[in-house]
Design a protein around this ligand. Structure first.
Ligand SMILES: Cc1cc2nc3c(=O)[nH]c(=O)nc-3n(C[C@H](O)[C@H](O)[C@H](O)COP(=O)(O)OP(=O)(O)OC[C@H]3O[C@@H](n4cnc5c(N)ncnc54)[C@H](O)[C@@H]3O)c2cc1C
Length: 412
């Protein structure tokens, strides 16, 4: 067999940036290996919908081996890198055995993790919403709270605590989770637990003065009005200082008892990025140029949430990560073919968010939409952005199933 003369690329991650890179990379020119603990791509914009069963878990994932069979995939974490020797140390998820991989080009696209800001008790007593496993844990906990609260041995105070669903963080993820939770309550739980309805409360705690800080002000006000109408309690200027097993302590000293607390306040760097000896910004993202090359390490590229382009302030969103991945696949090809590489140009398509009761927001440059028609637009936009025909069919089917039969409340 003749030796493989193609330059090797090691890609870390199977998220938005890595997935769009891998889908577009020319495998005739490059020998590509993907390392990620997750063997599938996850469409996070619909993750809040899976926490209550509007959409099923498997409908929004796509196995990486199916998406691009010509590349090698290894289920492992990248643990450290020797950038001088161009080698990376990985750890298999199954056996925790470490192994080394060499590369000519390294693409770091490991994303970010939920940021607890070092607040005591957050990791132990709240649930994040970043991965499918988080969504599954939230779904289990919601049903568990209702079943426990239905027990005749439980006092009314305890019932009220168990049925208090608190979201910390009023950004798009927190708002969408609160909205989905309220839909679940209004459409399904109310029918199966009629005696518990009076005890249920959904609360959003936000440290800043408004919800959805990145959206237009009229849309922020509209969301607040709609949440008020849906009886979702919005408490802005509420800073969490500590979380205990069954209550959240705010800066003003008050306690907020909860049955489930979901933590969606922001993102921070993953351990792999934290330990890299490479130039990073104030919040731990790898600093790159407009071609995504890390400072002083031109064969190392950083994409998506784990990187930042010097002088630009791209938001940590799927659309940024996706465009960066697609750009880099093309740029690397140009580079090895000896052609000139143009810097990346980001195209902003606007922001969408679901706010419950078949209403959504669209913050586009040319148009600020809200309400039912925007919800139809939101659904069709996400349907088109799902990455495979299988995902599109499954999500459509889930929406139909939820509309006709409601959401499933089984716990197993
Ligand atoms: C609930 C939720 C809803 C969202 N909704 C929207 C939305 O509506 N619109 C929008 O634009 N953005 C949305 N986002 C943000 C968007 O998901 C992120 O900005 C985007 O996923 C970033 O892409 P990425 O490729 O950088 O990271 P990710 O997509 O997070 O992928 C990171 C990958 O790295 C892997 N990884 C982790 N550690 C390691 C390691 N040590 N070694 C190797 N691999 C590793 C992970 O398993 C994963 O495959 C949402 C995010 C969440 C959590």
């Amino acid at each position: 067999m003749s030796p493989d003369l193609r330059p090797s690329i090691v890609v870390l991650g199977t998220g938005f940036a890595a997935f769009s890179f891998v889908k577009k990379i020319d495998v005739k020119l490059f020998d590509v290996t993907i390392v990620s603990p997750r063997n599938h791509f996850l469409f996070t914009p619909l993750l809040p919908s899976t926490t209550v069963g509007t959409v099923e878990f498997r409908s929004i994932i796509e196995p990486i081996r199916v998406a691009r069979s010509e590349v090698r995939y290894i289920q492992a974490y990248s643990r450290s890198a020797d950038l001088q020797r161009k080698a990376i140390v990985c750890e298999g998820t199954a056996d925790a055995q470490q192994f080394k991989l060499s590369y000519e080009y390294l693409v770091i696209a490991v994303g970010s993790k939920s940021n607890t800001y070092g607040i005591p008790g957050v990791e132990q007593h709240t649930l994040p919403l970043k991965e499918l496993a988080d969504a599954r844990a939230i779904r289990q906990r919601i049903i568990e709270c209702f079943e426990n609260a239905a027990s005749p041995s439980v006092s009314d105070d305890e019932r009220r605590r168990l049925l208090h669903f608190v979201v910390v963080g009023g950004g798009p993820t927190g708002v969408e989770f609160a909205a989905e939770m309220n839909d679940f309550l209004v459409d399904d739980l109310r029918k199966v637990y009629p005696g518990l309805l009076a005890f249920v409360q959904i609360t959003v705690l936000e440290g800043a003065h408004q919800l959805l800080g990145t959206f237009d002000e009229t849309l922020q006000d509209y969301t607040r009005r709609m949440f008020l109408r849906q009886r979702i309690d919005v408490r802005t200027d509420s800073l969490v200082v500590r979380v205990e097993k069954e209550k959240i302590i705010l800066q003003d000293g008050s306690a907020v008892p909860f049955g489930l607390a979901v933590w969606t306040t922001g993102i921070g760097p993953r351990e792999f990025v934290q330990q890299l000896t490479i130039a990073k910004d104030r919040i731990g993202r790898i600093i790159t140029n407009e071609m995504f090359q890390a400072k002083d390490s031109y064969d190392v590229y950083a994409l998506g949430d784990c990187g930042t382009v010097e002088g630009k302030n791209y938001p940590a969103t799927a659309q940024v990560a996706q465009q960066e991945g697609a750009y880099l696949a093309k740029a690397l090809k140009q580079r090895v073919l000896g052609k000139s590489v143009q810097p990346f140009r980001y195209k902003h398509y606007g922001m969408l968010a679901y706010i419950g009761g078949e209403r959504a927001l669209a913050d586009l440059e040319s148009f600020k939409g809200k309400g039912f028609s925007t919800w139809l637009f939101w659904r069709s936009a996400y349907l088109t952005r799902l990455v495979s025909v299988k995902n599109k069919v499954l999500v459509l089917f889930d929406w139909f199933k939820t509309f006709v039969f409601g959401r499933d409340i089984s716990r197993f």
